[in-house]
Write a protein that binds this ligand. Structure first.
Ligand SMILES: Cc1ncc(COP(=O)(O)O)c(C=O)c1O
Length: 398
């Protein structure tokens, strides 16, 4: 027997709303240098611009856009993403995010649901115009829940790969059961090319896009040919492959790749980071996120500078450029331990070597989603300024 689980996070967030508002008022109008570090900073001007880049996809390619909110997990960020991409559809990665985003019309839980959460998912389905999940729920409920079958397009993380005979059998049976289910509707196929983060140019990202779309179409053909089930809705996407669509906008290869694709989804495109810079599809000017840290001490004999942001402010995620982040003046965050970060200067004339104890440094993280998840709140600034214009409180927990 499956136990139903739920974590009542919403009362927690209602209870702290007043304190969050007090904190917001105490910080808005301040300069970052007047506030405690390490602290996460988002430049809303850059964030909005990134979000708006997806705004033409629907008109240009007749493909819908679904925005992933996992990168920031904040309602304000989700609103800007929806507005920028001109869409009403979001994808979340946790039930906690789903509860926070119930005012959105179309919410997809983008993590394969475990059976303990079925009851909670059906309860959510009552609140959201269309709530969708990744796998079928054997329950007897009022409102049908939409289901996407997650396919593996080469990433090897979740979902069924096309070449697995055993899993192929299982997935065909699943589709057959879903097609006749009284509590679920088979809505579509969902592919996420997470391995496209390995792209090192816009051209390579385009190849990943083609593979991602091809996989979705191949699965669609498989279901039709071997189970007689037509699954017309195909959802694909990861930041590099969606950025490739934007980058190569009017190329014939993009239109060809997107044939039969119903929807693209992406999340990290809103913030961007060093990993995305390594794909060649964005520059430092496009990165909306940074961690403001303070110089705690300097060690001229070994050309290093200690800052107050370590793994708990950046995560330990890596990037092809090496290190754990880079300052806006180009100095690499060479190593991190829990609260310590070490900036490595190449020489005594490097920018890091010129810093004084107490100075603020702004460091671009390797991976925006993991760095953002380290912080309780985000300081919002605009136009490259360092004055706080808002504070966002992301949802935490699962
Ligand atoms: C299932 C799923 N879909 C979509 C995304 C969005 O990918 P990205 O942040 O690269 O745009 C992710 C990100 O991890 C994901 O796990």
């Amino acid at each position: 027997m499956t136990i139903s689980t739920t974590t009542p996070l919403l009362p927690f967030y209602s209870a702290v709303a007043e304190q969050q508002e007090q904190l917001r008022q105490a910080m808005v109008g301040k300069r970052i240098s007047e506030l405690r570090t390490p602290t996460l900073v988002i430049d809303r001007t850059v964030f909005k611009r990134n979000c708006e880049r997806l705004g033409n996809i629907k008109a240009q390619h007749n493909v819908k856009v679904r925005v992933h909110v996992k990168s920031h997990k904040a309602v304000e960020g989700a609103a800007l993403q929806l507005e920028g991409a001109k869409t009403e559809a979001i994808v979340v990665s946790t039930m906690a995010e789903a509860h926070r985003m119930v005012s959105s019309k179309l919410v997809l839980l983008g993590f394969p649901i475990t059976p303990d959460k079925f009851a909670e998912a059906f309860a959510l389905a009552e609140q959201v115009e269309a709530f969708q999940i990744f796998i079928a729920a054997p329950a007897h409920n009022q409102k049908k829940i939409g289901v996407f079958i997650k396919i593996d397009c080469g990433y090897g993380r979740a979902g069924v790969p096309l070449d697995s005979a055993f899993e192929k059998e299982a997935i065909l049976n699943l589709a057959k059961r879903l097609a006749t289910s009284s509590c679920a509707t088979l809505h579509g196929l969902y592919a996420h090319a997470g391995h496209s983060y390995k792209a090192r140019s816009a051209e390579e990202a385009l190849t990943y896009l083609e593979q991602e779309c091809n996989s979705a179409r191949q699965f669609q053909a498989l279901f039709l040919e071997e189970a007689g089930i037509d699954i017309p809705y195909l959802s694909i996407g990861a930041t590099p492959t969606v950025q490739a669509i934007v980058h190569h906008d009017s190329s014939e290869r993009v239109s060809k790749a997107l044939q039969g694709i119903s929807e693209v989804h992406a999340g990290a495109y809103s913030l961007l980071d060093r990993q995305q810079m390594a794909t060649g599809l964005c520059t430092e000017q496009d990165v909306a996120i940074s961690v403001a840290c303070r110089v705690a001490s300097r060690y001229p004999d070994r050309n290093t500078t200690l800052i107050d942001g370590g793994a708990l402010a950046f995560s330990k995620d890596t990037a092809p450029q090496g290190g754990f982040g880079v300052t806006t003046t180009g100095v690499v965050l060479q190593s991190v331990s829990q609260e310590h970060g070490i900036l490595a200067s190449s020489s005594s004339s490097s920018p890091a070597a010129q810093q004084h104890v107490g100075d603020i440094v702004r460091v671009l993280p390797n991976h925006c989603c993991l760095a953002a998840a380290c912080h309780l709140y985000y300081l919002i600034v605009e136009n490259g300024n360092d004055q706080v214009v808002d504070v966002w409180f992301p949802v935490r927990g699962w």
